[in-house]
Write a protein that binds this ligand. Structure first.
Ligand code: TTP
Ligand code: MG
Length: 358
């Protein structure tokens, strides 16, 4: 019997902000680009549940989120906190969450920054697997003061949809026998692979739920969806045999830092660059790699103009000094006429290595 779990953190970036800034607790929070009083460019990364009540969601233009928050505020509802957030902090929390999951299962697929599939088949029964899921949730709450939602089912597809079924802080268990009926009443959009466009074109045919879609034969689905049709035919019946993808190897390892204030202070910038190179090299080693061949430096100016420059060495290097040297060489032109004729202040720099070798 296959038993697959899928964990997805609740309002992840916003929940981390709420945890780390007690003064924000319970308030609507939006993590994303600077709203700049409604003139900001960029988008919302995520919103916590109170902010979602205002209609704010991931990928929405930040200016639109600002307007929605203003409308709510004028109606006397709580004001929304807009936070820039720190990707690096979220990655750190993410790594600790993944480590908690790995303490409970050997086969784990880290599917994104806040979600993981894990194989609990070894538990032997659904009840025991569900206990492990409860344990994982509990430990995440104790160690990270964050909530996760978990779905448990006979395959990745069901587990993923189940984890979304009772958010936040949910645990949804679906047996192999229940899987098909579990999917039937759901909107077609819940099936991974059906995006907003397909959803619309199906709606025009009067097809809204998975149950509606099941009227099509495999041939009809093939006609409509091409190669993917027969696979979709299986999916909407809850059948999905994809294995967990565990051998994920990072193609690159990098660090970046947004400075407290925009600057062209060479001493400061080079010191930060060296610290970053040191961190990157430590992570290369920690992840079991010995060498790198490509070094990439990213520079973001105060006006958000962002450029990357890279250099690939003729042969792989295992030297931290070489990394520092190459990174410096790539950064230099941004500090003088060559890449920065207007002497723009620098807001962020990043260092990354690629073509890693063992
Ligand atoms: P999600 O798991 O999709 O969203 P979420 O964790 O914020 O909320 P939910 O409770 O519904 O799971 O994404 C995880 C994080 O990834 C999210 O906190 C922020 C980031 N993200 C973006 O930066 N841009 C996006 O468009 C999306 C969808 C997510
Ligand atoms: Mg999430």
């Amino acid at each position: 019997m296959r038993l697959i779990g899928h964990l997805d953190m609740d309002a992840f970036f916003a929940a981390v902000e709420e945890r780390d800034h007690p003064e924000l607790r319970g308030q609507p929070i939006v993590v994303g680009a600077d709203p700049a009083g409604g003139q900001g460019r960029g988008v919302v990364a995520t919103a916590n549940y109170p902010a979602r009540k205002y209609g704010i969601h991931s990928a929405m233009p930040i200016s639109q989120a600002w307007k929605a928050a203003e409308v709510a505020r004028r109606r006397g509802r709580p004001a929304t906190a807009f936070v820039r957030g720190s990707h690096r902090r979220y990655s750190e929390v993410s790594e600790r969450i993944m480590a908690i999951v790995r303490r409970h299962a050997q086969v784990v697929e880290a599917a994104s920054i806040d979600e993981a599939y894990f194989d609990l088949s070894f538990a032997g029964s659904l009840a025991r697997a569900a206990d492990i899921c409860r344990q994982i949730k509990l430990i995440i709450k104790e160690e990270e003061q964050l909530t996760a939602s978990i779905g448990l089912g006979p395959n990745k597809l069901i587990a993923k949809i189940a984890s979304d079924f009772q958010k936040p802080d949910g645990l949804t268990v679906v047996t192999a026998e229940e899987a098909e009926n579990f999917l039937a009443p759901l909107p077609v959009r819940k099936i991974p692979g059906i995006g907003p466009k397909t959803e619309k074109s199906l709606a025009r045919l009067g097809i809204k739920t998975v149950r509606d879609l099941k009227r099509f034969s495999p041939e009809q689905l093939q006609e409509r969806f091409g190669k993917w049709g027969p696979e979709l035919y299986e999916r909407i019946r809850g059948r999905h045999e994809s294995p967990l993808v565990t051998e994920w190897e990072p193609k690159s390892i990098g660090e970046q830092e947004t400075f407290g204030t925009d600057t062209l202070d060479l001493n400061f910038i080079f010191t930060r660059l060296w610290v970053m190179c040191h961190e990157v090299f430590k992570r290369v080693k920690a992840e079991g790699f010995l060498t790198y061949r490509t070094v990439v430096v990213t520079v973001r100016c105060a006006d958000f103009d962002t450029k990357s420059r890279s250099h690939t060495l003729p042969t792989p290097s295992d030297s931290p000094r070489r990394l520092r040297f190459e990174a410096m060489k790539l950064l230099m032109p941004f500090l003088d006429q060559r890449e920065n004729p207007k002497h723009k202040l620098i807001r962020l720099i990043g260092v990354r290595v690629e073509k890693l070798g063992k």
